[in-house]
Design a binder for this molecule. Structure first.
Ligand code: F6P
Length: 198
């Protein structure tokens, strides 16, 4: 059967500094994950299936996928703007502490209703779910896609396949440096996680 592979980008410089959004490079540790990814994917594919790589337009997902695209398998790579991270608007580049200090009401509003809260000049999880609709439609009619994207976006895609109400997606656990293989079956989606231990 057809599967979908999901991964966050390797650890970024912003993950290290605790800043959100932005377009940072991956860190040294993130680079280790990028280099380990082709083997991790190979071990989870189990046969000679050809995968297509989808990334966002941001540097950290492209850097993470570049060895997959450049491997002897030479998977074809496609960039989607719709896979970019949730737009945090005026809070882009801030840490959660800075947001709490500079925009205390927003910080509380987001905590009260994380799914519907829309950053000033940015997006909510609800907005992301809507912009992901074409991605999901394309996924449904594609074979064997590996998606390298961002935490908020992955939560929404994951919730869709796991049949979890989208309102719960903002709190779903999607760790770094872990490849998630989803295989939709008649009654439920089968999930296997492969940790790179990096
Ligand atoms: O910290 C990494 C990150 O991907 C940010 O860029 C993004 O704003 C955040 O996670 C999304 O997670 P949450 O919705 O829990 O703040």
């Amino acid at each position: 059967p057809r599967s979908i592979w999901l991964s966050r980008h390797g650890e970024s410089e912003f993950n290290l500094s605790g800043q959100i959004g932005g377009d940072a490079n991956i860190s040294e540790r993130g680079e280790l994950y990028a280099r380990a990814l082709p083997e991790l994917v190979a071990s989870s594919v189990g046969d000679d299936r050809q995968l297509t790589i989808w990334t966002s337009t941001l540097k950290r997902t492209n850097q993470t996928a570049r060895f997959l695209a450049g491997s002897d398998k030479g998977y074809h790579k496609l960039e989607w703007k719709a896979l970019d991270e949730l737009d945090s608007g005026v809070c882009d580049g801030l840490t959660y502490q800075e947001i709490a200090d500079e925009y205390p009401e927003d910080f509380k509003a987001r905590d009260d209703d994380k799914y519907n809260y829309r950053y000033r000049g940015g997006e909510s999880y609800r907005d992301v779910v809507i912009r992901l609709e074409p991605i999901i439609m394309e996924l449904e009619r594609s074979e064997n896609i590996i998606i390298v994207t961002h935490q908020a976006v992955l939560r929404c895609i994951y919730a869709y396949y796991m049949n979890v109400p989208q309102e719960k997606s903002p709190w779903m656990e999607v760790p770094l440096h872990t490849l998630i293989k989803l295989t939709p079956r008649a009654y439920a989606t089968e999930e296997v996680r492969f940790s790179a231990n990096i």
